[in-house]
Design a protein. Sequence first.
Length: 703
Amino acid sequence: MNDISFIQAALAVLFLPLFGFTVTLFFGKRFSKMYLFEVAIISIALAISIYLLFMKLVYFTDAKFVAQIPWINMGDMPGFGKMVIDLGIMIDNVTVIMLFVVCLISALVHYFSIAYMKGDKRYNRYFAYLGIFTFSMLGIVFAHNMLMIYIFWELVGLSSYLLIGFWYEKKSASDASKKAFLVNRVGDIGMLAGILLLFTTYHTFTFDVIFEQIKAGQLPFNSGFWMTVTGILLFCGAIGKSAQFPLHVWLPDAMEGPTPVSALIHAATMVAAGVYLTLRIFPLLTGDALLFIAIIGALSAFIPATIALTQNDIKKVLAYSTISQLGYMTMAIGVGAYSYAFFHLVTHAFFKAGLFLGSGSVIHAMHHEQDIQQMGGLKNKLPITYYTILMYSLAISGIPLTSGFLSKDGILASAYAFGGLTGHQIFAYTGFLVALMTAFYMFRLVFLTFHGEPRNQHKYDHAHESPALMTAPLITLAILSVFAFYTANPFDAGKGWVMSSWIKTPGSVVPEVLRYPFMVEKKTESAENAHEAAIPEQQVNIVHSEEYTEAMHHAHLPAMLLSLLVALAGIGTAYLFYMKKVVDVDKLTSKIKPLYLFSLNKWYFDELYAATFVAFTMGVSKVLAWFDSYIVDGIVNGSASITKYLSNASNLFDKYVVDGLVNFMAIFSGFLGIFVRKFQTGKVQTYIVMVAFSLIVLLFIFI
């Protein structure tokens, strides 16, 4: 397989979902089975993505494919030189792994939806929307420049708006789609500002060209401060799209969309786009920008975890869990653990997509009941759903022999080592505390849903296992949540394929004075190590200093043991609370009612935003409406009234003065005519007498 055929196959994966969307949308009303075409299209895309994944990681491990064409030629611009904007795709190891993840989750959601959405009046349109969403996300994955990422970024926003508000007849669904769209725009404004800063400085949007110019010492406004600002502004897009604090409020409301959509948007694709963007811009992030990212990640991991502890809607629990896990990834990037962040993105995509689809299976069996307080005892009714959700819950809790243990172990060890070197131990403390809460709230969900006595006997009696089209994706994702898919060593993520050879941390390009002390580029002094010497320059690893490497080595075992301890503590506490009932949960919550209500009401973020930003916006809108009604319209209406008054005055002047003079002259002329006419008798004798009389008068006057 040569470079051209590899790129052609990649382009086929990109445009197949768009083709499926177009055909399904236009012919969906004519052919009731049109959704099968979209399902077939995404299945083909998945097959090609698996082929590309195998070929790239086995035969082209260290290669990087780039294909681009000129799109907009601006010519020579004064002060900027020749400016050309390109369209192109970039394929490296991160691309093909993310490509596989997106296509797999999308395909499984398609299969699951065939049964879950059966009977919906807009069945074909739903599948068409899945197609345009998949195309948009794949565009972000393939993009080789910031402008293309921004274009597909907004397309993802559009398609998520359509999917979240798919049942737009429900006011809650239409409100949720608007909320998601508007909150994301807030973050996108910052992202756009960052992109414009890059373009103003480097006159291009292409990553590699920008990185080379930064490496050569060119910074925005020749300032390290502005380099930091640029990185933070670009990260604002990730704050919105990945629902990070403080723009996290849209994601729980987005559960109003169909449950398979939750799996697609909130597991591996839309929310992962923000983390993926941050990974792509990682080389230009300064130490201060990374510290800001780590802080946002820690807050985004901690706050939603505390909220998930008390939620009773099964999808809301998973929504806040998603925000928390995305915070984990973001925090990992902030502490320099690039590879572990991406590793957790992959593992989280599988077990969280499984959790959402599993919740969909439960909701389907319980006739659209989502309150876990109304469930219970479903283990025997839904055995496949139960054991797969149990597997996902073990993975997200970080229990050994699961994928989640590998990736979380790496993140926690990195945070622990980072704290030891910089003094910022808060990130490690946050990570372990969140791991404890994650294990607790996930097994609270498992115990209340599947164990104990049924709390709604009627719905329990009618519950049954979901059809094979719904359980097959659950089994597939459960298999992908086992450690063996990633490494032969279930206790060391560092030996995993993701960590050891396929994912290289890209070298930082900012000046060393702007980096963390341990972020220095690896220098290959000789070709003695053939593997290292074969790595292209753009794939050079950020090998942390010997001090940091040593800290990581020492942090690995205590972090692993402590993460296992807190996970078991969380599961054990949930078991004692909800299975053994050694603690009366109702009495406990009444004793800590303020804290309980604080968590149950989501830290009152919605109320806070409603009272501040929303109220301010509405207030400004009312002021502007008043200004428009009374000032702008007042000026317009006043001008109209004055013009009307002047017109009336002009009319009166024209009617009585101008027309009066004209009419007077006419009347006067007529009067003169009548008077003079008396002297025109036509008799010569009369005229002779009048001439004689006139002469006498003249003689009398002058003589």
